[in-house]
Structure formats: C-alpha cells, structure tokens
Design a protein around this ligand. Structure first.
Ligand code: ADP
Length: 264
C-alpha cells in the first residue's frame, strides 16, 4: 500500500470514478487506484479502450466497472454516475481526466476545434461534477480532482483553446471548492507537465525538438504517468483532507524557472 510521510494512504474500498481512463494518464490513474484496492469505475468515450477494466469472469464486478462515457453529453455522464452508484453505492473520488488537445493560432483555429476543446475540457468537467455532487453531499464528503496543465499558467503560442480551457478548469476548481466546502467535499486541480502519451507524441518528435522541450523542464526529463498517479493518491487520501481549491504543480518544474535553462 502506498505511504505518504510514513502514513498509509489507505484507499482500499474508496469508489473512484475516472473519466478518460482508456489510455495515457487516465488509464494509469485507474490502474493505480485499483492496485491500492479502490473500487474503480473506468470510463471513456471510447468504450473499447476501457475494456481492460472489465472484471475477469472469476471476480466479476468485485473491484472495477468499465463504462462508456462521453463527457460531452449530460445523459451519458448521468448514466455513468448512476451505474457507479448502483454498483458501488457511492462515489468517493471523481478524477476529471478526460481531455483533448487543440492546436491552432487564434487567427486560424477552426470553430469546431475551439468548441470541442472547451466542451470536453471545461463543460465536461462541469457535467461530471454536477452529476456526482448530490451523492457527495449525501455522503458528507468526497474528492474531486481536475486535470489542468502547466498551460493554464504558462501557455504555448498556438494553444489558445487548450490553454484557455485549462485556465478555466483551475478557476472552476476554486469556485467548486467554495460551493462544496460546506459538505466536506474537497476540489483540487493538478498540472501535469510533459508526459509522453500517444496523443501528444513527445517521444516521436525529432531529437532537436525533444531537447528543446526537455530544456524547459527544471528536472530535464519527461514526466511519467505514475508521477501524476502518486499525487492523485495523496490528494484522494485522508492525508490531504485540509487541501482544497488549489492547483498542484506536478510538471517537473515547468513553472519554476525562466527559460532557457543551463546545466551547471
Ligand atoms: P492523457 O494521457 O493526458 O490523459 P490522452 O489523450 O492519452 O491524454 O487521454 C485522454 C483520454 O480522454 C483518452 O482516453 C480519450 O479517449 C478520452 N476522451 C477524449 N474525449 C473524451 C470525451 N468526450 N469523453 C470522455 N473521454 C474522452
């Protein structure tokens, strides 16, 4: 079991619903909570991608539930939360990981890219939060963890839609923390840095580009999904009970120092 400062995080039996759990960081998050013996509801718009979380026939439904869930749809989100509640009776932790990138200069980005990025990343987060809120209020507690990005603070040119969406997620996190504080529900955002996934293809870029990107990271290496998972286990645990409304930077120092950097 994972420990934090000598304390057992003790996530066993917590019901954790993860959006975008089909691949990348979201899948690693769902797998990590399963290893911590949480009851995991792994959801994704791509139903086949969460097939990995289908419980084996032998231990049917004991720890995980794989569900199709498109965060662009109120009905789809409500159905996933209802299924989670029916199966496990509660939702202790909601991880809003589902997200899309969207490149393009403001002058050029097409309207549908802009709308989709905002719809998935911002409104999708609002939808899942609205759907779990009644249960968390009834339970008298819960944890909501929202995927932001260093881009919420230091954006790249050509990423207006993505950066604006992640900045919105940070502000939404603070407002939700205020709204849910009286029910003992904490709401926090986390900012991964450059974690190579299929979608962002960091590792497929040419060496010079990779070197330039790595030079912007204080720790000068790519992030690992597990490094984000470790933070989320902490934020989901009792050890983080007095932390709410904050953005936790897990970017290897992307936000820490000015560029370019020099190795001394
Ligand atoms: P990361 O590793 O940063 O989480 P990925 O692109 O690897 O990024 O994973 C994002 C996940 O979010 C993917 O599994 C993708 O299918 C999922 N996703 C994208 N759009 C939606 C959506 N509308 N609803 C639910 N999940 C989505």
């Amino acid at each position: 079991m994972a420990q934090w400062a000598g304390m057992e995080l003790d996530l066993q039996g917590r019901v954790v619903l993860v959006t975008g759990a089909g691949r990348g960081i979201g899948r690693a998050v769902a797998e990590t909570f399963l290893r911590e013996r949480a009851l995991v509801v792994a959801t994704d718009v791509d139903a086949a991608a969460v097939g990995w979380a289908e419980p084996a026939a032998a231990d049917a439904g004991t720890t995980s539930l794989a569900l199709a869930c498109d965060v662009r749809s109120d009905a789809s989100v409500q159905a996933a939360v209802d299924a989670a509640l029916e199966r496990f009776g509660r939702v202790d932790v909601l991880v809003n990981n589902a997200g899309v990138l969207g490149e393009g200069l403001v002058e050029e980005v097409d309207a549908s890219t802009w709308t989709t990025v905002l719809d998935v990343n911002v409104t999708g987060t609002v939808r899942t939060c609205r759907a779990v809120m009644p249960a968390m209020k009834r339970q008298g507690g819960g944890r909501i963890l929202n995927a932001a990005s260093f881009a919420a603070i230091v954006p790249s040119v050509g990423s207006a839609a993505y950066a604006a969406s992640k900045a919105a997620v940070v502000q939404l996190t603070r407002v939700l923390a205020g709204e849910l504080g009286p029910w003992g529900v904490t709401v926090n955002a986390y900012a991964p840095g450059m974690v190579p996934t299929e979608l962002n293809g960091f590792r497929e870029k040419d060496q010079a580009t990779q070197d330039r990107l790595l030079d912007t990271l204080t720790l000068r290496r790519w992030g690992e999904p597990q490094e984000v998972c470790d933070l989320l286990c902490f934020l989901a645990s009792d050890a983080a009970r007095y932390i709410t409304g904050t953005l936790v930077d897990v970017s290897g120092g992307k936000l820490a120092t000015q560029l370019p950097q020099r190795a001394y």
